[in-house]
Design a protein around this ligand. Structure first.
Ligand SMILES: [Zn+2]
Length: 288
């Protein structure tokens, strides 16, 4: 996939309300380096090659008001260490960064690892089906859904089928579908679920699902930027605006940090919808 050297602004584009970035990745340096290498070889050249503290400083100094920080364990046995790292980094920016926990689905004591992370101050769970190769309808998932539900913490699950890569050890098209997600939404009506990338590649199905269910949110991450070839153009003004959140995927992006914000500004949304998408929905969902 291509990388762009498009011009970047020094600040959140004029005319946008306060912005919470609901989808930012951090990792300890060694893991980050490995992820960057993976992206370079299998997806796209990452434009922002930064350490965690630089990531937070960059976004906050460019006018982002609050960051939701995410990690994912790519194998069993490392989640506790990652969660400790996340909790420490959040404490350094306590008012401006909210951290999500990670766990490897199916690993020993997965729910205990998750509960401990919540006890240490993390405010939700992030999972990534392409990297972690879990089946969202498998029995081993129930204890994680239940733990999030009981703690009233949301779960962010990358279970859309794109962007897929043959370099993953599982095929997202076999593992993931909106139909399977709907089963989780129905079985756990009190569980707050967020699906990134507007559910790409089943965008129109997810658009209907948020109309139908009150416990499902979507984030915009990367899909407003005209970067991926999409079957249909996304018109956010036709979405249920109280269920959409802005997210960037910073720093793992191949274009300017504010590219998606510019697209959001140009999307023809009402002031009310823009406020919800830029910050209100995330503030409500993550208790900011
Ligand atoms: Zn992401």
């Amino acid at each position: 996939m291509p990388s762009f050297n498009d011009q970047e602004g020094d600040n959140v584009p004029d005319g946008l309300p306060a912005v919470i970035d609901a989808h930012v990745h951090i990792f300890p340096f060694k893991i980050f380096s490995a992820i960057q290498k993976w992206f370079d070889e299998n997806a796209w050249q990452i434009r922002y090659r930064m350490k965690t503290s630089q990531i937070f400083d960059f976004l906050l100094s460019h006018g982002i008001k609050h960051i939701i920080a995410l990690q994912y364990a790519h194998k069993p046995g490392i989640a506790q260490q990652l969660n400790r790292y996340m909790a420490e980094k959040c404490k350094e920016h306590s008012d401006q960064v909210t951290g999500m926990a990670t766990v490897f689905p199916g690993e020993d004591n997965a729910d205990k690892i998750l509960q401990k992370a919540f006890d240490e101050g993390l405010k939700g769970l992030k999972l990534h089906a392409h990297v972690q190769c879990f089946d969202m309808n498998a029995n081993e998932m129930d204890c994680l859904y239940e733990c999030c539900r009981v703690n009233d913490n949301p779960i962010i699950m990358h279970i859309g089928r794109e962007p897929k890569s043959t370099a993953y050890s599982c095929d997202p098209y076999t593992l993931c579908s909106a139909e399977k997600l709907e089963r989780v939404v129905k079985n756990f009506p009190d569980l707050k679920i967020c699906v990134p990338h507007l559910g790409f590649d089943e965008v129109s199905v997810y658009q209907k699902l948020i109309e139908k269910y009150d416990n499902l949110w979507l984030d915009t991450t990367m899909v407003l930027t005209d970067y991926f070839p999409m079957a249909e153009k996304i018109d956010l003004s036709h979405y249920r605006s109280d269920r959409i959140m802005y997210g960037s995927d910073f720093p793992n992006i191949p274009y300017a940090w504010d590219r998606e914000l510019k697209a959001l500004k140009a999307a023809g949304l009402s002031d009310d919808a823009l406020e919800k998408i830029c910050h209100k929905n995330a503030a409500d969902l993550f208790g900011i």
